[in-house]
Design a protein around this ligand. Structure first.
Ligand code: NI
Length: 155
């Protein structure tokens, strides 16, 4: 098994839980915020999936692009579709990574102050996603989701 494949499986356990969480969040909650001035449900979700793809593209290309601003969404349905699309693209890029990219140096000094290896960028990607996913669980619970899906299902 490629090293990349086991990392992909580890990431997908988290991402699948995120997708499931967004899928069960009722329509109309795209602009929900837990306090005034906080990111909306949609912005937080777009940030997680957008940055995930951004990290993965950096590992694949060796270069860190400037992150793109999130698109405007007007419904949970639209948000769900974007989450599925971006997850599919990120998964495809991840799957296609050769193991050599894990030890390759990524041109990341302007973001991280040092050039990290592909494996280190993937670690940052995981930490970023897990951190914000925890926040989104609270958002979803406040939007009435009673049994949020967790990440430990390995069946
Ligand atoms: Ni963040």
């Amino acid at each position: 098994m490629k090293q990349v494949d086991s990392l992909l499986q580890a990431w997908l356990r988290h991402r699948d839980a995120l997708v499931a969480l967004v899928d069960v969040t009722p329509e109309g909650n795209q602009n929900f915020t837990p306090w005034e001035g906080a990111w909306t449900y949609a912005l937080l979700t777009l940030h997680i999936v957008g940055m995930g793809e951004w990290f993965m593209q950096a590992v694949a290309s060796g270069e860190m692009a400037n992150p793109e601003p999130p698109v405007q969404v007007t419904s949970m349905q639209q948000l769900k579709e974007i989450v599925h699309e971006v997850t599919k693209r990120t998964t495809d890029t991840f799957k296609a990574l050769p193991d050599e990219q894990l030890s390759a140096e990524i041109n990341s000094s302007k973001i991280f102050g040092a050039n990290l290896t592909g494996a280190q960028i993937i670690e940052a990607m995981f930490e970023h996603e897990i951190h914000h996913k925890g926040q989104l669980f609270v958002y979803a619970r406040m939007c009435g989701v009673e049994n949020p899906p967790f990440f430990f299902n390995r069946g």
